[in-house]
Design a protein around this ligand. Structure first.
Ligand code: IPD
Ligand code: CA
Ligand code: CA
Length: 280
């Protein structure tokens, strides 16, 4: 157990090592993705479900990231998106999306990322407070977002903050479409209509980890999506929180990393987004 985490030099050192490992792992995945991107040789496309793809690049990136992490921390647990990405372990669990935005990658739409987070496995609540460090890399743009619990959020080493906007009509908001389960479409369209009428603009870029990081850096004022998995949001949620953002699920609760509903926003508009989503 890692109970006295932040109180000793040893644990400060461990936290820095976790962050550095997350950053290095994201870079390892990013290098693999870019090699295939430039060679234009995406083979072995598999449908997980309609509109939901996995390529050999997702798997190659995941294998290399997991291998790197386990070399450094052989006893840690792994939760990664693609097949074979589960491993029990102690102390910490690494939550990995080896390629977030696979559809964009396949189409050469240059918004995709590697997302790596590390979660403390102790008795603390399973929410963002147990995420120790996270890194999200867009290998096309070179944007590397990172955060360590209690240490602020950074873009390529420079401190970032969420936007200070509080007038919802001035805000640029992002979302994702419920393409995996079209049963949610009507509900989504109802929320979309309310949001669309309230805000300045809505974007759907296709990589949730990057949407979250753009909230953290203030490029977006808010983001909401339903149906996401922990690997999509674990690193990005910590980065938003450390950049001063407010996060919740659709009930206003803190279960958003695990319960497939997330709102991440500048503090000045989070409650308004929540109200619009709930129809209040
Ligand atoms: C997807 C992207 C997308 C979001 C999906 C995710 P993937 O991740 O983040 O923006 O709308 O729900 O699953 O499958 O490309 O890793
Ligand atoms: Ca993803
Ligand atoms: Ca993925």
């Amino acid at each position: 157990m890692l109970r006295p985490y932040k109180t000793t030099n040893h644990n400060n050192h461990l936290m820095n090592t976790l962050l550095q490992t997350a950053v290095n792992a994201a870079r390892i995945g990013g290098d693999i993705i870019m090699r295939h991107y430039y060679n234009n040789n995406v083979k072995k496309l598999t449908h997980k479900k309609p509109s939901d793809y996995v390529t050999e690049v997702d798997r190659e990136s995941q294998d290399a990231i997991v291998e790197y992490i386990l070399k450094r921390f052989p006893h840690h647990a792994i939760l990664a998106e693609e097949e074979g990405g589960g491993k029990e372990g102690e102390e910490c669990r690494w939550i990995i999306d080896p390629l977030d935005g696979t559809t964009n990658f396949i189409h050469h739409f240059p918004v995709f990322a590697v997302s790596v987070a590390v979660e403390r496995l102790d008795d603390s609540p399973r929410d963002v407070s147990s995420i120790e460090a996270g890194a999200v890399l867009n290998p096309v743009s070179g944007e590397l977002f990172s955060a360590q619990s209690g240490g602020g959020a950074f873009l390529n080493g420079k401190s970032i903050k969420v936007s200070g906007r509080s007038k919802i009509e001035d805000c640029l908001i992002a979302t994702g479409f419920p393409f995996r389960n079209k049963d949610y479409l009507e509900e989504f369209l109802t929320i979309f209509k309310r949001m669309f009428n309230a805000v300045s603009g809505i974007r759907r870029a296709g990589a949730a980890a990057i949407d979250l990081c753009w909230v953290a850096s203030g490029a977006l004022d808010g983001f909401w999506e339903q149906g996401l998995s922990p690997w999509d949001v674990a690193a990005g949620s910590l980065i938003v929180k450390e950049a001063g953002g407010t996060l919740s699920d659709f009930q206003g609760g803190s279960g958003y990393i695990w319960n497939r509903e997330i709102i991440a926003a500048a503090p000045g508009i989070h409650q308004m987004m929540l109200n619009l989503i709930c129809g209040r």
